[in-house]
Design a protein around this ligand. Structure first.
Ligand SMILES: [Zn+2]
Ligand SMILES: [Zn+2]
Length: 338
């Protein structure tokens, strides 16, 4: 029997972002994988800050669209000209599809390809029973990794990419702005390298998690920030807060390095004089290039604690409520069972 002739229904349930702050469950046709594509049956998704931004209308999503890009699932159907992936195989999705033909793609920087297609923003994403994905963007999940751990592969790849821009080294003083998922994963990676990690966040609950996961010091909003000026060798900005860069420039030591992962989505004044006088280096870090295999290896080796980050697990029908409550300080990562 031809392996693409498997017994699927014709319709699926999907959460569709129809307009700003309007998500509705719909029945729709199961997508058909074209040549080079694979249909994935989603088991578990994760809600990301960019899903919230799309929900708020802050990302130019191609509405109506099924949101979501973090997921694990199983191969349900394989299109023509796909090899190495079999029906039933568990996979995670690398959800940004570069053009693979421009100058940036050819030089290994497909993460910033101008023609990149974003799953769940430009095309239908993972908050549905099925999604179709180019086969080259699927990564098999090792048997010993549960779905609940493997769903962190994508955000972990974001952190690993940032750490390639500015590597953490033993003994250096690192400040991590924002103790959300990216901040808490970065905290663990940096602590593993022997760096002294300080975390800063508005939520005492998240700071407690940061301490539990390897931060030796935390700074809460009621503490005066100037007591910490000029103290940090490396700063990772994961919050996207508009004030974060200004604060990072003041908190960095002479010749300090700042890695920006957060996207404020608005213009921010910059203290040029301090950047010059301190000879600071500031680097942006955008998603990932080839970090997925490394992310899976870190998870497989047990280097990263994810259970403390998975604060909620909801059914697909509660997606709209979870997106509306995204900024609840008690939440870190909300997983979506599909
Ligand atoms: Zn994400
Ligand atoms: Zn390209």
């Amino acid at each position: 029997m031809d392996r693409i002739q498997i017994n699927l229904g014709r319709e699926m349930t999907a959460a569709v972002l129809e307009d700003r702050q309007s998500i509705r469950l719909q029945r729709m046709a199961i997508p058909q994988p074209a040549a080079g594509e694979v249909l994935v049956k989603i088991n578990l998704g994760g809600i990301c800050g960019s899903d919230r931004s799309a929900y708020e209308g802050k990302i130019g999503a191609a509405l109506p669209v099924i949101p979501g890009h973090e997921a694990v699932g199983r191969v349900a159907r394989v299109g023509d000209a796909v090899s190495g992936l079999d029906k039933g195989q568990r996979v995670t999705i690398q959800p940004n599809f570069a053009c693979n033909s421009c100058r940036l793609c050819h030089s290994g920087h497909g993460n910033i390809c101008g023609s990149k297609v974003r799953l769940g923003v430009d095309i239908d994403g993972v908050f549905a029973e099925y999604v179709k994905v180019p086969a080259r963007y699927l990564w098999p999940i090792p048997a010993e990794l549960t779905d609940e751990i493997a769903v962190f592969t994508e955000p972990l790849a974001v952190c690993l990419h940032a750490m390639r821009q500015i590597p953490p080294t033993s003994g250096i003083r690192i400040l991590i702005f924002g103790a959300g998922v990216i901040g808490l994963l970065t905290t663990q990676l940096a602590a593993r390298e022997g760096a002294q990690v300080t975390a800063i966040d508005l939520s005492e609950n998240r700071l407690a998690l940061a301490r539990q996961l390897g931060a030796s010091q935390t700074i809460s909003p009621d503490q005066p920030l100037d007591a910490h000026y000029d103290q940090f060798d490396v700063i990772y900005e994961t919050s996207g807060a508009t004030v974060a860069l200004d604060q990072a420039i003041r908190l960095a030591t002479d010749r300090g390095r700042i890695c920006l992962l957060g996207l404020p989505g608005s213009e921010t004044p910059v203290l040029v004089d301090l950047i010059v006088r301190k000879e600071l280096q500031i680097r942006g870090s955008m998603i990932y290039t080839d970090e997925f295999p490394d992310a899976l290896k870190h998870l497989q080796a047990g280097h990263i604690q994810t259970p403390a980050l998975a604060t909620d697990i909801i059914p697909l029908k509660d997606l709209a409520d979870a997106l509306a409550a995204f900024r609840d300080p008690g939440r870190v990562k909300t997983l979506v069972r599909i």
